[in-house]
Design a protein around this ligand. Structure first.
Ligand code: ZN
Length: 220
């Protein structure tokens, strides 16, 4: 009897996991595109995606997302799948894409940074910072794309809210809050990092400072 009950319980847990947001997160390899990459690159991107997968599925982050969905009145059923893409995707202008939301199908895709960016980032800031950056970039992207399910094409609102929610999450995770500000800045000023060659990285800190102020404004 006891085993039947515990089986039922664990069955329920599995069902919950399957229907929960966490259960919808999957790593997705684009088999057609994989031939365009070297073995080393594929190995790198596989590692990257499994790291992001673990970061996004962490209970603390999932609890936060569930709270956010409730607060925004976004039904969990509105999300059909979250695909952590193994290979990066670039816009026509060469910039890499962090995420895409198909609001009709409720399908979200999260993309990695390119290996080239990661190598440059590691050289400048070290591997620990890269992991922190990659994980938080994916978190910010998922928050952003989930908000699109409600605000569809209102990019401005999505950006503002995404920044606020991301800041809230990091504030809860890390004390003191200056650390979350720095994280916030890293994520939302990343385009600066990407655009600026290493020779002018001095000017970057000033720009990051300005972005930092903007981030703290958004949290008020
Ligand atoms: Zn957007």
């Amino acid at each position: 009897m006891r085993t039947a009950v515990s089986q039922l319980k664990s069955g329920c847990l599995m069902m919950n996991e399957a229907f929960s947001l966490s259960g919808k997160i999957k790593i997705n390899v684009e088999s057609k595109k994989i031939g365009n990459f070297s073995q080393n690159q594929v190995r790198f991107y596989l590692k990257y995606s499994s790291f992001v997968f673990r970061v996004l599925k962490k209970t603390s982050f999932q609890n936060f997302l569930n709270w956010m969905l409730k607060k925004e009145r976004i039904a969990e059923q509105a999300v059909s799948a979250v695909h952590v893409k193994v290979l990066p995707l670039r816009r026509n202008n060469g910039k890499s894409i962090a995420g895409i939301c198909d609001t009709v199908r409720g399908r979200i895709r999260i993309y990695p940074k390119t290996i080239k960016f990661c190598q440059a980032f590691t050289q400048k800031f070290g591997r620990g910072s890269l992991l922190k950056y990659a994980g938080n970039r994916a978190r910010a992207a998922l928050i952003h794309e989930l908000l699109h399910l409600k605000y569809v094409e209102d990019e401005k609102t999505v950006r503002e809210l995404a920044r606020e929610y991301f800041y809230l999450f990091t504030q809860k995770q890390y004390a003191p809050s200056s650390h979350s500000l720095r994280l916030c800045t890293m994520i939302f000023a990343a385009r600066l990092v990407e655009a600026v060659p290493s020779s002018v990285s001095n000017g970057l800190s000033a720009e990051l400072g300005a972005a930092c102020l903007r981030a703290s404004d958004a949290s008020k």
